[in-house]
Structures are given as C-alpha cells and as structure tokens.
Design a protein. Structure first.
Length: 172
C-alpha cells in the first residue's frame, strides 16, 4: 500500500531511486521546445481506488513541488496540453475519455498512470472493463505501478517533455 511509503517520505524525504519506470509510447516524440516553459495537465479518473490520485496529490506538496517545473493542473480539457488518465477503463468511460481527448487543442499528450490504466490490472477480463487505454486514445507515456510513486510520475512527465536530463538532479 502507498501509506508506508508516504509516511517514510515525510520523515526521511523521498527515496532517490532512479528506475526505468516510465516508458515511451509509439507516437513520435514532440519537440521539447513546445512545452519548454509550462504544461497544463488535465487529470481524468476513469474509476480508480484513489491510490493514484493520492500520489498525484503529493506532486503538489513542497517535497516534489510540481509548479517549479512549470506543470499545473487545469479543470478544463480546452486548456490542457496533457491528459493524465488513472483507473480502470470501463465501457461507460470510453465516450468520456474520447470526448475529453477530442476537446483538447493540439499538440496533445496522453499519459496512462498506474497499472489499471495500462492494462486493467486485476480487473482485466471483468464484465464492462475495456482493458488497455491504447485501444481508445493514442498513449505517449505509460507509468506503471500500483500506485505509481510521485517521483516516478514526475520523472515520467519530465522525460516526456524533454526535460528529464536537465532536471534529474532537482527531483526529491
């Protein structure tokens, strides 16, 4: 569960592990200068247990400080550059995900965060579960984990926009 790691991070600071948790999707990488200064993120919960959401919430804490990298969350997909999807993708959420993706202006990026968004995890094969997010929208980045750690989320976002090498020393 994520609580022991969260409490450990509060007491000792975040772990400094650098594992290859984030992997790129199949679409061609966009030029990093498009998102050189800021990136507006629209988070869409497709039906999760809120484990991923609590880890995403930690990105705004003083330990990770998402805003120092120019990232911010936006409530509207019309202002978003990146769609961050968590949770199990069900048949009821497919039109919502497509509508949100279509409402975003181009160029747009999509990140599947957590094992549930990537392939359905333990819910794969259940009635009403679609499975992988890649069948609905093109995914640029997969961040595995149940839930993914905040430093993995931040490392993945930085590598997606081409700032991973420059800011790697700033994380944590």
């Amino acid at each position: 569960m994520f609580y022991p790691r969260w409490i450990t991070n509060l007491v000792k600071g975040p772990s400094v592990r650098r594992r290859k948790a984030a992997s790129r999707g199949t679409r061609a990488a966009m030029p990093s200068r498009l998102f050189a200064r800021s990136l507006a993120i629209r988070h869409l919960d497709a039906g999760s247990c809120n484990g991923c959401e609590s880890e995403i919430g930690l990105l705004g804490s003083p330990v990770y400080d998402l805003s120092r990298f120019g990232f911010s969350f936006t409530p509207s997909p019309r202002h978003a550059d990146l769609l961050l999807i968590t949770g199990v993708v069900t048949q009821a959420m497919v039109p919502v995900i497509r509508a949100t993706y279509d409402a975003m202006p181009g160029p747009k990026l999509v990140v599947a965060a957590g094992s549930c968004a990537i392939d359905g995890c333990v819910f794969r094969g259940a009635p009403g579960v679609v499975g992988s997010l890649r069948d609905i929208v093109p995914v640029d980045l997969w961040i595995p984990g149940c839930p993914p750690a905040p430093d993995d989320l931040l490392d993945g976002l930085l590598s997606l926009v081409g700032r991973g090498a420059r800011a790697a020393g700033d994380v944590g």
